[in-house]
Design a protein around this ligand. Structure first.
Ligand code: AMP
Length: 489
């Protein structure tokens, strides 16, 4: 399947080629024809699958039909609304809108909280067809009457499950109530809980279900490993790993905002360039931290799950779980940033005795055991021989035969396979026939350049730069060849 075969406009094909994409990802191949046909979509896909282009490209094509180069605000009503749970995700989706829409005269804008509202208000008053927004700030604009939804043709709810986690559903419902009933709606979510299904029922009409296999089911290129370590030695072990390996761009996950800052400061003290990103930081601080990480100025980005959600960092080979996530699904979200597009990546978890139950839940979810590797000098102590909390007993823990680093190339000690009742079959996606390449009539002359775009640069915080080219590179084995040394005391 090629992008041409999906029936995209030449202006979009050009933008896609300029972004360096040669073929559509599975979610794109499935979603583009359905969205072009004007149908509602319930999409099961997470970040890293190419889902953004999967909805942005056909959305642009549908809006292109009546795109106008007139300066009059009346000719640029809000026609598409894309809602995201976080500011970072809003910025990234907006960047995609700009990348793919650069040859089509549609105006776009990103609105999120934490920055001055005035430039956003001015841009809205001038008229924009595509608004990417976080719900809270969008409602602020509703309240001050700077936005009108009467002409909305397409609504996209991105990462609906995270919206739910973050308590945005009442805001979403308020926004939904203001939209025209006749519209196309697309909902994307990595997981489909009962609550998400209820939300989908309330906002989608005869949706086509499009699901791409969960990353854990398909990503064989990610190596999972863990080190059992005493809680008190985790920081030292992390510093040891970072100091004794040549790992670049390591995303380290922690459980709390406070823990994120503290750990970044500790690493800095150890001479490791690190920065932290979490919900309490201002938008500017978050953008700066992300930029420092992407540019390579900071080797390590310490993040909480919420802050890291949706971060689109190209070419990220290493994820370290300093703490295991509370919810096993978040393990999959975390590693969703590594091993993308068939490249190799690795996920290392530092597991203390109290986390054995969580480890068991994660192994059950990803349907594979995580290889345990001992780092000499950091082996876990007595806490691991204590019995686990009732109800949280899993396959992790001290009973597992530990392998020393010297023996890492030997076959793993036999491990029990996950039980059959854990092996849920992935739902069969409905078969989608490719759309016939019937191009819409355009109201503008695509051969003429146009300058009349209102962009986020005019109105909001600077966006992270991103390369769409994905150079292939060899990924060093995370702990391969680590010299033996003692923990820092
Ligand atoms: P997303 O899942 O939308 O966050 O996309 C993940 C990453 O895949 C982004 O960096 C995109 O630039 C990239 N991407 C999207 N579509 C393609 C494609 N067809 N080929 C290669 N990379 C892509």
């Amino acid at each position: 399947m090629t992008f041409e075969e999906l029936g995209l406009l030449p202006e979009l094909l050009k933008a896609v080629a300029e972004a360096g994409y040669t073929e559509p990802t599975p979610i794109q191949a499935q979603a583009i024809p359905v969205v072009l046909a004007g149908k509602d979509v319930m999409g099961g896909a997470q970040t890293g699958t190419g889902k953004t282009a999967g909805f942005v490209l056909p959305l642009l094509q549908r809006l292109a039909r009546h795109a106008s180069t007139s300066p009059s605000p009346a000719r640029h009503p809000v026609r598409a609304l894309i809602l995201t749970p976080t500011r970072e995700l809003a910025m990234q989706v907006h960047e995609s809108v700009q990348t793919y829409g650069k040859h089509i005269p549609l105006r776009d804008l990103v609105v999120y909280g934490g920055v001055d509202i005035k430039p956003q208000t001015e841009a809205l008053r001038k008229g924009v067809e595509i608004v990417v927004a976080t719900p809270g700030r969008l409602l602020d604009h509703v309240q001050q009457k700077s936005v009108n939804f009467n002409s909305v043709e397409v609504l996209v709810l991105d990462e609906a499950d995270r919206m739910l986690d973050m308590g945005f559903i009442p805001d979403i419902k308020r926004i939904l109530a203001m939209l025209p009933k006749e519209r196309q709606s697309l909902l994307f979510s990595a997981t489909f809980s009962e609550e998400i299904k209820k939300l989908a029922d309330s906002m989608l009409k005869a949706p086509v279900l499009i699901e791409v296999a969960r990353r854990n089911a398909v990503t064989e290129t990610v190596t999972h490993r863990m080190h059992l370590v005493d809680q008190d030695h985790k920081r030292q072990l992390l510093a040891h790993i970072l100091k004794t390996s040549s790992l670049k761009q390591v995303l380290v996950f922690v459980g709390t905002k406070f823990g994120a800052s503290r750990l970044a400061v500790y690493l800095e003290k150890q001479g490791i360039e690190a920065t932290a990103i979490h919900g309490d930081k201002s938008q500017q601080q978050r953008s700066e931290a992300l930029e420092a990480f992407k540019s390579g100025k900071a080797r390590v980005l310490v993040a909480t799950d919420v802050a890291a959600r949706g971060l689109d960092i190209d070419d990220l080979p290493h994820v370290i779980n300093f703490e295991l996530p509370h919810v096993p699904e978040d393990y999959i979200h975390r590693i969703g940033r590594t091993g993308r597009a068939g490249k190799e990546g690795d996920a290392t978890s530092l597991v203390c005795a109290e986390e054995r139950g969580k480890l068991a839940e994660i192994e059950k979810l990803i349907k594979r055991p995580i290889e345990q590797v001992a780092v000499p000098g950091f082996e876990a102590g007595a806490a691991f021989s204590e019995p686990m909390e009732k109800g949280r007993r899993g396959r992790g823990g001290a009973s597992r035969p530990e392998r020393s680093e010297g023996g890492r190339n030997k076959p793993a000690a036999p491990r029990r396979e996950p039980r059959d009742d854990h092996k849920r079959e992935p739902r069969e996606p409905r078969r989608i026939e490719p759309a016939k390449p019937k191009l819409p009539k355009l109201d503008f002359d695509p051969s003429k350049p146009y300058e009349s775009r209102v962009s986020a640069q005019d109105t909001a915080a600077p966006e992270p730069k991103r390369s769409h080219h994905r150079p292939k590179r060899a990924v060093p084995a995370l702990l391969g060849g680590l010299p033996k040394s003692e923990p820092d005391k």
